[in-house]
Design a protein. Structure first.
Length: 147
């Protein structure tokens, strides 16, 4: 149990670091886009790059925030609850949204296709996990009613 608590604490810390990095990196997206254009040796994609990254950062920020909520619930012993199922559902939708933005990016760079596959796969995994949690909630509620 002690190992689980340490793991949960470490994961919460990593999530909060990601939250801070998300906030700190927001103003640097144009600089990163300019750097990419300079060193890619391909036609400029400055504006589409910025548009796609800022669009993807919205669901990414939601994911980071909701992961914090999910981890907080788990740390409080609230594991198989409807709130967590809802959180997993929203996170999976956010993964699919990032995947959709990445589809747009493939019009300019094929690397976007890798992001499409990665985020679609994460979204799919989260949907499966959400379904498992949903069944666990039903079983827990039935168990709670059993005397």
């Amino acid at each position: 149990m002690e190992h689980n608590k340490k793991s949960l604490t470490a994961t919460l810390l990593i999530d909060r670091i990601a939250m801070g990095a998300w906030v700190v990196c927001l103003p640097f997206v144009p600089l990163i886009a300019r750097w990419y254009d300079t060193y890619s040796n391909k036609p400029s994609i400055y504006v589409p790059f910025i548009a796609c990254v800022y669009t993807a950062l919205v669901p990414a920020g939601i994911i980071i925030y909701l992961l914090n909520s999910l981890l907080t619930n788990i740390s409080k012993g609230r594991v198989f609850e409807h709130d967590n199922v809802k959180i997993l559902r929203i996170i999976s939708y956010c993964c699919f949204a990032i995947s959709a933005v990445s589809v747009v990016m493939t019009f300019w760079r094929l690397l976007g296709g890798l992001l499409v596959l990665a985020f679609a796969f994460m979204g799919l995994l989260l949907r499966v996990l959400k379904n498992v949690f949903e069944q666990a909630v039903v079983l827990r509620e039935e168990n709670d009613l059993t005397v």
